[in-house]
Design a protein around this ligand. Structure first.
Ligand SMILES: Cc1cc2nc3c(=O)[nH]c(=O)nc-3n(C[C@H](O)[C@H](O)[C@H](O)COP(=O)(O)OP(=O)(O)OC[C@H]3O[C@@H](n4cnc5c(N)ncnc54)[C@H](O)[C@@H]3O)c2cc1C
Length: 399
């Protein structure tokens, strides 16, 4: 398990402090997603806004204790996101920044597209969206129906379709839309889209958890897309569609796992802080639960190191996401129960944590998708070297 070096410990410490500043707004954001606009001066806001912009495009990165951070490495993002989510998961998801679309643009955008995209982010706090899921079902992403039709004069494309459950859909001003140009598997691709373009509309999709993320539905009606907006023009068609979203998921899943770890830790913190008179048996349970959180934190960091060294290697990221989201759901529910039958009313923050934990299951692939990925990796022996780690870290319920 990778121990954090001094540099990452510095990042972790600062992020924890920033998260503490956000916590007082957590319940308010749950009721009113616009609260995030009032937090523009918060360090976490500024940091997230510039997160993931590569050094080649961002000459003024975050500097902490003399160390420079671009947060382009997955392990850096895992450290940052865990701490901010420990403050509030809804807030973590409500912050501006490159997020998933940034990963895709970094992976398959050409130099001009990257300059344009990162330039927008550096110019002002910018929310972005990553539109893959459609009303027909998100798991079967390859069956997407959003269609780009080439204009007769060859000047570009016209995009028509619907996307659903898109994070920050209502705040975003730019993002990526996955599309198809024909019926074959190589006809899948993605385009950079400005939300101010004619034919692009959004509608709010109310949710029970992570309400700060303000999920939305996008409707695209003959949205004009110029040829230079299509991502991956300079790479093989094999890399433009499913390769792009799979690579993005590999690189982002450890971050989702880290958010789940942060949420589980926040629930433990809440019990420790607000249930001071714990009986010995309750103290033991809390210690055991925190031990489980630590084990999954280790797995998550290991997954981050793995994809940092080879982004095609997503099996540990899937295992971490699966384990962490189950843990967050179980720990937040346990924390709630430990306050007795009136807890949902008496402890509104814990009630929110529990609702938020449910949403993690769906982000970047459901538990079933991760199980399938883990099973196929096991079949080809990809986990053989990690057998002892997973045995040791397995929680009672997971075994
Ligand atoms: C908080 C949140 C944020 C999100 N943000 C985004 C975003 O920014 N961009 C985006 O594109 N999407 C986003 N999503 C959508 C998310 O990716 C989808 O919800 C997810 O992919 C599942 O798709 P679905 O909801 O259509 O469920 P379905 O795909 O219809 O699946 C329903 C159930 O069937 C199971 N299932 C489906 N197929 C199989 C199979 N072959 N084998 C076994 N089980 C299967 C699933 O595991 C699930 O339990 C977000 C969702 C949430 C909750």
């Amino acid at each position: 398990m990778p121990e954090l070096d001094r540099r990452l410990r510095t990042l972790s410490r600062h992020a924890r402090g920033w998260a503490a500043e956000l916590r007082p707004y957590a319940l308010e954001l749950d009721l009113d997603p616009d609260v995030v606009f009032r937090l523009r001066d918060a360090p976490a806001f500024t940091c997230a806004a510039h997160l993931q912009i590569p050094a080649a495009f961002n000459p003024a990165p975050l500097v902490l204790a003399g160390e420079r951070f671009h947060l382009t490495a997955v392990l850096e993002r895992v450290v940052f996101c865990e701490e901010i989510a420990r403050g509030d998961l809804g807030m973590m998801l409500a912050l501006p920044g490159a997020s998933m679309s940034g990963v895709l643009v970094g992976a398959i955008g050409d130099r001009a597209q990257q300059e344009w995209f990162y330039g927008r982010l550096l110019d002002r706090p910018t929310w972005t969206f990553f539109a893959l899921t459609e009303p027909g079902g998100g798991t079967d992403a390859g069956g997407l129906r959003t269609r780009a039709i080439e204009l007769a004069d060859g000047s570009g494309w016209s995009l028509t379709g619907r996307k659903r459950y898109i994070s920050n859909a209502l705040r975003a001003s730019v993002g990526v839309v996955f599309l198809r140009t024909g019926d074959g598997p190589l006809d899948l691709g993605a385009a950079l889209v400005d939300t101010a373009t004619a034919g692009f509309t959004t509608a709010h999709v109310p949710t029970l958890g992570v309400r700060g993320a303000q999920l939305g539905e996008l409707t695209l009606e003959e949205v004009p897309v110029a040829a230079h907006q299509l991502l991956g023009r300079h790479v093989s068609p094999l890399r433009r569609g499913s390769w792009g979203w799979q690579r993005t998921f590999n690189l982002m899943r450890p971050t989702v796992a880290a958010m789940a770890v942060g949420l589980a830790q926040a629930a433990c913190d809440h019990v420790r802080e607000h249930r001071r008179a714990l009986r010995p048996v309750e103290r033991d349970v809390l210690a055991r639960v925190e031990g489980e959180v630590e084990a999954v934190r280790r797995l998550t960091r290991l997954a981050a190191v793995e994809v940092d060294s080879d982004s095609s290697n997503g099996h540990l990221a899937s295992a971490a996401k699966l384990r962490a989201t189950r843990l967050a759901a179980r720990v937040t529910r346990w924390a709630l129960r430990s306050f007795g039958p009136g807890a949902r009313l008496d402890q509104p923050l814990l009630d929110k944590f529990d609702r938020d934990a449910g949403a993690l299951e769906y982000m970047e692939g459901t538990g079933n998708v991760q199980r399938l990925a883990v099973a196929s990796a096991m079949e080809r022996g990809a986990f053989d070297g990690y057998a002892r780690v997973s045995d040791r870290d397995a929680t009672r319920e997971d075994r």
